[in-house]
Design a protein around this ligand. Sequence first.
Ligand SMILES: CC(C)(COP(=O)(O)OP(=O)(O)OC[C@H]1O[C@@H](n2cnc3c(N)ncnc32)[C@H](O)[C@@H]1OP(=O)(O)O)[C@@H](O)C(=O)NCCC(=O)NCCS
Length: 149
Amino acid sequence: MVEFETISTQNKQSVLGIYQKIYLGDCDLNALSDMMDRPPHIGFCGYTDNELVGFISANHVVDELDIIELGVISEFRRRGIAHKFLIYLQHYCVNQNIKKIFLEVAENNAAAIGLYEKTGFSKIGARKNYYSRKGTLIDGLTYCWNSIR
Ligand SMILES: CC(C)(COP(=O)(O)OP(=O)(O)OC[C@H]1O[C@@H](n2cnc3c(N)ncnc32)[C@H](O)[C@@H]1OP(=O)(O)O)[C@@H](O)C(=O)NCCC(=O)NCCS
């Protein structure tokens, strides 16, 4: 069971706290924090038994969304929580008349790729050396979900 809440000034610091936990501190906290303060941002966090377990963060431009981050704390993984976040976001898009969701994922992130493919996203492109992780360049894959089939 996951209860969803919109990311707001009330819960933003807690969300940034689990963001650091999810990436073991290897993340740009200020960049995400600034992005969350800007109007195109829309995000949801999720609670299980009152514990904050994950979040999804996106930018909304006209009739499209770009997912910026999606993460679940390690103790709560493989329970279908990230899948629930994406289904929740897809329903939000249908209700808001948002037609497409885009995202980039590192080509070596098998967990995330499996998740997106399970949730109806299709691969539409690749970006050479899109990510730099600890001095290693990794290709990015672009995925898209269409609300109109
Ligand atoms: C990717 C992530 C969000 C998945 O969260 P999760 O709640 O564990 O995912 P779910 O339990 O909803 O899994 C849904 C599907 O994703 C895939 N998946 C999830 N974790 C996986 C893993 N470790 N290995 C392979 N496939 C995996 C599977 O297809 C799974 O479906 P299944 O359980 O029927 O096999 C989580 O591992 C995470 O936070 N990782 C670190 C941050 C990150 O990489 N975010 C994505 C940025 S693009």
